[in-house]
Design a protein around this ligand. Sequence first.
Ligand SMILES: C[S@@+](CC[C@H](N)C(=O)[O-])C[C@H]1O[C@@H](n2cnc3c(N)ncnc32)[C@H](O)[C@@H]1O
Length: 282
Amino acid sequence: MSGIDDLPPLRDVIAAHDLRARKSLGQNFLLDLNLTARIARAAGPLPELDILEIGPGPGGLTRGLLAEGARRVLAIEKDRRCIPALEEIAAAYPGRLSIIEGDALEVDPLEHLTPPVAVAANLPYNVGTELLVRWLTPQAWPPFWQSLTLMFQKEVAERIVAAPGSKTYGRLAILAQWRAEARIVMTLSPGAFTPPPKVSSAVVHLTALPEPRFPADPKILEEVVARAFNQRRKMLRASLKGLHPDIETLLEEAGIAPTDRAEQISLEAFCALARSVQAARQ
Ligand SMILES: C[S@@+](CC[C@H](N)C(=O)[O-])C[C@H]1O[C@@H](n2cnc3c(N)ncnc32)[C@H](O)[C@@H]1O
């Protein structure tokens, strides 16, 4: 199943519903349905999946997902103005699109979804980053989703896939790569969006691993990594001082030199440190 649906062009939809982009909601719309179909295909084997779409706006990606055969799409949109445009799409794909008007940071969509579930979104980057961290850090694993296909500013996408030793390596890289396979599948210039944002964007595809790469408690790992990279230029014995009174011993136990800096430390070593901290606190 492929191709463009019979709905009017998105520019006409935006004019008909007066959906002028609002900066406060991070609105940069994708109007090229060939492009949204490509992003939709990056989300996985759509006919087998329930898709959770966050921030559908006028529905470009939503239309891509449905035209490419998604079993079901549940779309959560904060901007009330977009709901009538989304309802027109729902009418064109009977029984396959459900719409929730609300803030994705507050709505719990799980009761509306049947596994396997994949997430697809083109969101303002601050909301996207916050949701990504939430989706990566539940206490139990595997999570409700099997993959995440998310648009970010290119610089944020690079932080998600970064390797140790690089300037972009930090909290996002560790949380993403600990429990998922993460790669950039597409980059987009500002001109792909209406209105164009200031910077380039990239789509990141994350596939949930059946188990985390190394054992660690998610809350403790998050705490260790947040502290380590908050003061990334400092030696770890200084940046992690507040974690435990005997942090130097715990670092050594984890095979980390107390004089090392956060960006030199591998994912495996951060997980070892999280386990040492957990054991020392018990
Ligand atoms: C970058 S636009 C993308 C719109 C559409 N997906 C597209 O690709 O053209 C971001 C969308 O997310 C919505 N949005 C912003 N914050 C949100 C939130 N907290 N919860 C749900 N939707 C949100 C905006 O109203 C907007 O429609």
